[in-house]
Design a protein. Structure first.
Length: 240
């Protein structure tokens, strides 16, 4: 039998479909993302001036299919979930949970309260669909730099590719909020490289500079750019 090869529709057809599915702003955003690859400075100014808007237009079905199409993403989520479970946390808050990939990987390992916040409504909508029926993780639309929780309300707080998407001043506020809301552990998968939508931070160095003890720090084995990959777990109150 002759295999059926479906070719990708040409650009105008893709733009038209994008417009039909989510309107003119979404279609325009998609065109700019695809066509400005050789101009990262313009891309940052035109597309990333407002990170929340970017992640609202970028998030949803498209992003979901793109991520789920990469096996390395699933291997990484499983690896992170396995590492986090080893600390036997009694509750976890994931800040910037996206469509809930890590929350799903965590639920299959841990029977503890799980919560995810994200500032993108389209990502959270996708998460509602991705979490299986009966999944009891609490999902809240909120900003990482202003968490709607009292001090020390989660045993472990987690970010995976979130702080790096925020400019330095906001990144600092997110870290401080995590330390306020976390009780024992703050765990991060935050790469150190930068691009038009990434600022790239050495999170482990940030903790060390403030005298916070790290239980572990190093690259994630399956990451394709090990030099920029970083996973670390900070012990927030080691004496208690
Ligand atoms: C690259 S995605 C990663 C999603 C998820 N953590 C994962 O690993 O699959 C970044 C996510 O962080 C969210 N995000 C970025 N900055 C945020 C902020 N300041 N407050 C809340 N969510 C944020 C975005 O909306 C997006 O869903």
């Amino acid at each position: 039998m002759v295999p059926i090869v479906r070719s990708r529709p040409v650009m105008p057809v893709r733009v038209w479909r994008a417009f039909r599915s989510r309107g003119v702003e979404y279609a325009w955003h998609k065109v700019l993302r695809r066509s400005l690859s050789s101009r990262p400075g313009w891309k940052r100014r035109l597309l990333y001036a407002d990170p929340r808007k970017y992640w609202t237009l970028r998030g949803g079905d498209d992003y979901f299919r793109e991520q789920e199409g990469q096996e390395a993403r699933s291997l990484r989520a499983d690896w992170i979930a396995e590492r986090l479970a080893a600390y036997r946390p009694t509750s976890i808050l994931e800040v910037g949970c996206g469509y809930g990939k890590l929350l799903v990987a965590l639920r299959s390992r841990l029977d503890i309260p799980l919560a995810g916040i994200d500032f993108s409504p389209t990502q959270l909508e996708q998460a509602q669909g991705f979490l299986q029926p009966g999944h009891d993780a609490l999902l809240i639309l909120s900003r990482g730099e202003r968490l709607p929780f009292p001090d020390q309300s989660f045993d472990m707080v987690v970010t995976s590719a979130v702080i790096l998407h925020n400019p330095p001043e906001v990144a600092g506020r997110i870290r401080r909020e995590l330390i306020r809301v976390g009780r024992r552990f703050a765990a991060h998968n935050e790469e150190t490289d930068s691009s038009y939508n990434r600022y790239g931070y050495d999170t482990a160095a940030w903790y060390r500079a403030r005298g916070v003890v790290l239980a572990e720090s190093g690259p994630i084995p399956m990451d394709t750019h090990p030099a920029a990959s970083q996973f670390c777990v900070a012990l927030l109150r080691p004496g208690e």
